[in-house]
Design a protein around this ligand. Structure first.
Ligand code: NAP
Length: 482
């Protein structure tokens, strides 16, 4: 196992230095595969957060005025530092989060790619000169960093979710107060280690662990924090949106999903099964874009299910740090119990467990990848996010029926469709109420394009050129008397 001790930072970062909580109390962090405590992090609260915000506000005054070429240089170095330490960072990510090492390596790489992307995009963040209605004036549109950014991130992608926020914020000239999920703080603190190492000025990046309510509350209450960027559950996102009203902050919200995966009768079944496996079981089903509901045309239903079962049986479950493992543990016992509740609900409503359905013999939070057939719209997973390794298969007959069922949820993040019919691809692009749609692919995220949900899946986008705009204010400038 690669040595990650350099990144096991058991303190918090404010103004370029590392510190404990005021109370000196700590929160243990466990490895979900073994149940072992791998370390502990400070249990910070309101006072530490208020100080960090003041530091970030002071740093903003100078950092926001630095040359773009200077910031681009720092971001490039940050990208390189991340990739130079990819193995150690991936090992740490697997230790605290549980995902298999190959997925953790991929997460570090895409996080680095976001940093590089925004280093490039800031150089193209052009303003405008707008033709004026009269000759005596000139009209300009200019862009400016929004200010101090509060960034709150989840445990399922503890490194890359922060990268999608740090990249645009630091490129734009903003300073940041970040709060990672309590279950997985080390991958976020590692960003602090690297940011200092490559020379970001003190106070530009501050990272606090501890009470979500207190740290989140102080961020939301502060008039100095001009933007909050959150990735996490819809429930917490709604609370933050409400809290943002008092100081009228900009908000970006990357929230929950309930992705449909529709397989039409003309689909290439093997390709659909390959897409199904990655969109369902990546990170043990714990991604916001994971398939929640498979809608399979009745004519190919049995063939699809048979091949899905074969592929699912081939998954290798175990400690993500071991060679060849494709499925690690779930994050905690609450996640296991949530998955079990979905299974017993579906069984009580006529669902059949074709595979799995129970805790894995390995113990801890390992769960058997599960396939349920005979799913129907009364079952809880028809509307609620599973966030675990259950593949629920529904049958459909017509395109209209599949689209209506796919849209029958308050979520609108990712959707997947397998079909070779070009007309249908364009019809479904219009008809599906989703922010990300993968036709004939189960893995579509890439840095060059916007990532964001419709409906209750969120506000704003991360990635693409759109991902930078959320960190910039727009000013209209009228120069009269020419
Ligand atoms: P969560 O419970 O909403 O937590 C997310 C973050 O918010 C954590 O840092 C958490 O801190 C913090 N938090 C909790 N309550 C808070 C409060 N009252 N004020 C301020 N912060 C608070 O979500 P999660 O369980 O970590 O992540 C899973 C969810 O994230 C799923 O719904 C998934 O779909 C969504 N997600 C969405 C995207 C996307 O891009 N759309 C990507 C990844 C995940 P603590 O850990 O200390 O509680």
């Amino acid at each position: 196992m690669t040595d990650y001790s350099k990144f096991l930072k058991e303190s918090n970062l404010t103004n370029g230095s590392w510190h404990a909580a005021d109370s000196n109390s700590n929160i243990p962090v466990t490895n979900p595969a073994t149940g072992e405590v791998i370390g502990s992090v400070p249990n910070c609260g309101t006072a530490e957060t208020e100080r960090a915000i003041q530091v970030a506000a002071t740093a903003f005054k100078t950092y926001s005025r630095t040359d773009i070429s200077y910031r681009v240089g720092l971001l490039r170095k940050l990208h390189d530092a991340l990739m130079d330490n990819q193995e150690a960072l991936a090992a740490l990510l697997t230790a605290e989060q549980g995902k298999p090492l190959f997925e953790a390596r991929g997460e570090i790489a895409i996080g680095a790619a976001y940093i590089l992307w925004f280093a490039e995009e800031i150089r193209r963040a052009k303003g405008e000169i707008v033709p004026a209605p009269t000759n005596d004036r000139r009209l300009l549109v200019t862009h400016h960093p929004v200010g101090v950014v509060g960034a709150i991130t989840p445990w399922n992608f503890p490194s890359s979710m922060l990268a999608r926020k740090l990249g645009p914020a630091l490129a734009a000239g903003c300073t940041v107060v970040a709060k990672p999920a309590t279950a997985t703080p080390y991958s976020a603190l590692a960003w602090g280690v690297l940011a200092l190492e490559v020379g970001f000025p003190d106070g530009v990046l501050n990272i606090l662990t501890g009470s979500a309510r207190e740290i989140g509350g102080a961020i939301m209450a502060s008039p100095d924090v001009r933007k909050v960027t959150f990735t996490g559950s819809t429930e917490v996102g709604k609370t933050l949106i409400r809290q943002s009203a008092d100081t009228v902050k900009k908000v970006s919200m990357e929230l929950g999903g309930n992705a449909p995966f529709i397989v039409f009768e003309d689909a290439e079944i093997d390709a659909a099964v390959e897409g199904a496996m990655v969109s369902k079981y990546r990170n043990m089903g714990q991604t916001c874009v994971c398939t929640n509901r498979f809608y399979v045309h009745e004519k190919i239903h049995n063939e699809f299910v048979e091949k899905l079962l074969t592929a699912t049986k081939a998954l290798k479950i175990g400690d993500g740090a071991a060679d060849g493992i494709t499925q690690g543990p779930l994050i905690d016992m609450a996640a296991v119990e949530k998955v079990e509740a979905f299974i017993s609900d579906s069984e009580s409503k006529g669902g059949q467990i074709a595979l799995g359905g129970k805790r894995h013999a390995l113990g801890e939070t390992f769960f058997e990848p599960t396939v349920i057939t005979g799913a129907n719209s009364d079952m809880d997973f028809a509307t609620d996010e599973i966030f675990g390794p259950i593949a629920a298969v529904f049958k459909f007959e017509t395109e209209d029926e599949a689209v209506a069922a796919a849209n029958a949820t308050e979520f609108g993040l990712a959707a997947y469709v397998y079909t070779r019919d070009v007309g249908r691809i364009f019809r479904l692009n219009d008809a599906l109420d989703y922010g990300l749609i993968g036709f004939n692919s189960g893995l579509i995220t890439t840095v060059e394009v916007p990532f964001g949900g419709l409906k209750e899946s969120g506000l704003g986008n991360e990635g693409g050129s759109q991902g930078l705009q959320d960190y910039l204010e727009t000013k209209y400038v009228c120069i009269a008397g020419i």
